[in-house]
Design a protein around this ligand. Structure first.
Ligand SMILES: Cc1ncc(COP(=O)(O)O)c(C=O)c1O
Length: 284
């Protein structure tokens, strides 16, 4: 099964894919991206991802070229060529190639990249045992709603988690409230209600987050989209994180201390199962 790339109008083997060293994505992180999980050859929530990519592109004043408009079709074609059934589809659009200069280049054409690679299967005990997280300061800019390729603060945060032997870094803005994880949205469950940070410039509006909140409401769980403190998270009955590639992952320790009873919680389990059922329903 070949790992496929699409770069500026051509499909090729991923190992042959190249962009210029003067690409602004490489020089400045001047680009936007999406990650789509594909289940048995069907991209999940592709429309939602394409809409967010358009919002991100418009957030950095990146004109959408014809190719980007056709990105959905190109992504499906890349997936078909790869023949990878359980795949991660990556799409990136940068402001293109130009001699290095901070201001927007006058004539550059956006670089469009798509890659298809096999999805990593989740370790079998992750859902049953849950994961540990640590808290770190949120040092990002105030347009976290834009899914920008400029991920340095997220990279630094994730590395702190790895060094601490934790799975995810939960970011705390101004020492006061939880925003999200380095590559996930963060949820706390208290008295059977589901809490998560509100949409806006301080978080990425996760596609998985939106689906999980919809499922929570369908299951009659009150949903509270408000910021909460790190202390609230530490004292929550349950906690979990979500993302396209991870789906719903229970968190059982924060900064080395057990959360709830130190085991994945029942509502987290309900939502994780409901999410799997939603995936099956939409990709059948
Ligand atoms: C900072 C951040 N928050 C949240 C998410 C989860 O978003 P989604 O559910 O759309 O994958 C991601 C995904 O990569 C992310 O990078």
């Amino acid at each position: 099964m070949p790992e496929i790339a699409f770069v500026n109008g051509e499909f090729m083997d991923l190992s042959d894919a190249r962009v210029s060293v003067e690409d602004r994505g490489f020089q400045f992180g001047d680009g936007v991206y999406e990650v789509v999980r594909c289940y048995h050859g069907v991209p999940f929530a592709l429309e939602e991802h394409l809409r967010r990519l358009e919002r991100s592109a418009s957030g950095i004043e990146l004109g959408i070229p014809e190719e980007t408009r056709r990105l959905g079709e190109l992504a499906v074609e890349a997936l078909r060529r790869s023949q990878i059934a359980e795949a991660v589809l990556y799409m990136q659009v940068t402001r293109g190639w130009a001699p290095r200069n901070h201001a927007f280049p006058e004539a550059a054409k956006p670089t469009v990249v798509i890659t298809v690679r096999p999805a990593k299967p989740a370790p079998p005990d992750r859902a049953a045992l849950g994961v540990s997280v640590i808290t770190v300061p949120d040092e990002r800019w105030l347009r976290c709603d834009i899914k920008s390729t400029d991920l340095l603060p997220n990279v630094m945060a994730k590395q702190k988690a790895v060094r601490a032997g934790a799975f995810e870094a939960v970011m705390i803005r101004d020492g006061a409230y939880v925003t999200e994880g380095a590559s996930t949205n963060v949820f706390a469950v208290k008295d059977d209600a589901v809490y998560t940070a509100p949409e806006g410039p301080r978080i990425l509006s996760g596609i998985t987050r939106a689906i999980v909140l919809g499922l929570a409401r369908e299951h009659g769980m009150p949903v509270v989209e408000e910021f909460f403190t790190p202390e609230f998270l530490a004292r929550a009955d349950e906690a979990f994180i979500t993302s396209t590639t991870l789906e719903v992952v229970p968190c059982v320790r924060v900064d080395g201390r057990p959360m709830g009873d130190g085991r994945p919680g029942p509502l987290t389990h309900v939502l994780a199962s409901a999410y799997s059922a939603e995936v099956t329903k939409r990709t059948a």
